[in-house]
Design a protein around this ligand. Structure first.
Ligand code: 13P
Length: 286
């Protein structure tokens, strides 16, 4: 079922109070969307479908026509589901991009101004919050930049900066830098569980981990126990699906498109399901 921003907030707050997390998985086509939806439906837990800003004319991920059709398909699929579905627009650097998400029916958007100064990050995030909240859309912001996989030493989110950011911007969810990176790890991740706990203590909104791929079950569980509530998880789901496709093709003289794609979808679904269970994601009543 499609839910409102207010109901989404309720789910995140329940997760934070009960110390479990929701995996945010990326959909880029109908098969990846099905993988997420089927995983959530089989477990009876909320689904969090995350997309990029497909429409962005400066950095198009698909044609405007394809994006419009896909967005409609996501919304129709979510509305027909028995489980609550959070539709989240990931990493959007501009006010206009976030507004595209609001207009297209997403119930939550991320303004990512984390590479800017604290003051600029607060100002831009506050502007998005001011426009999104009257439309009942939640806003995720980021403080302390979660890097790419450059292997550089992690700079952990500063607690005072996080307090100032959340107070000044009014965001509903806060992504923090606690030792993860996006994509593959060049060096071992050094997660700072104490910092997660300090941040949870200092700020009163759900904390988000980006760069979930490549962490162990124990690392996820300790992060959740210390206060992480939303876990963004993309690369390794693509690998799970991609490997299954490679296996389905291997040694086949006549690999069938439909069977091969289905194998990828099923493997992605099972991998997502396994992580929903690791994250302890629970059914909710709204
Ligand atoms: P991974 O691809 O490393 O799992 O990160 C996903 C992410 O953080 C999307 O915002």
């Amino acid at each position: 079922m499609l839910i409102t921003g207010r109901q989404e907030k309720q789910i995140f707050e329940q997760a934070r109070d009960e110390r479990w997390a929701i995996g945010a998985f990326n959909a880029f086509d109908l098969n990846s969307l099905e993988a997420i939806m089927q995983a959530a439906e089989e477990l009876g837990v909320p689904a969090l479908v995350q997309t990029w800003d497909f429409y962005n004319p400066e950095k198009p991920n698909m044609s405007e026509f394809a994006a419009k059709v896909f967005i409609k398909q996501i919304i129709d699929r979510a509305a027909a589901s028995p489980v609550p579905v959070i539709l989240h627009l990931d990493h959007t650097p501009t006010f206009g991009g976030c507004m595209r998400g609001v207009r297209n029916g997403w119930n939550s958007v991320m303004i990512d101004a984390s590479a800017k100064s604290l003051e600029e990050n607060i100002a831009l995030s506050a502007k998005v919050v001011e426009a999104a909240h009257p439309c009942d859309v939640l806003v995720e912001g980021e403080i302390g930049h979660v890097a790419g996989n450059s292997g550089l030493d992690t700079i952990y989110t500063d607690v005072d900066d996080a307090v100032a950011y959340v107070k000044g911007s009014g965001v509903d969810l806060c992504a923090v830098s606690i030792g993860t990176v996006h994509g593959f790890y060049a060096t071992e991740p050094k997660l700072n569980y104490d910092r997660i706990a300090e941040l949870r203590e200092a700020i009163d909104i759900p904390l988000v981990m980006h760069g979930g791929s490549g962490l162990t079950e124990e690392q996820f569980k300790k992060s959740i126990a210390n206060g992480i509530v939303k876990i963004n998880f993309a690369t390794y789901v693509q690998i799970a699906g991609g490997k299954a496709i490679a296996d389905a093709v291997a040694g086949q003289e006549r690999p069938m498109f439909n069977n091969v794609v289905k194998a990828g979808q099923n493997a992605a679904r099972d991998f997502i399901k396994m992580h929903m269970q690791i994250f302890g994601t629970r059914p909710v009543s709204l």
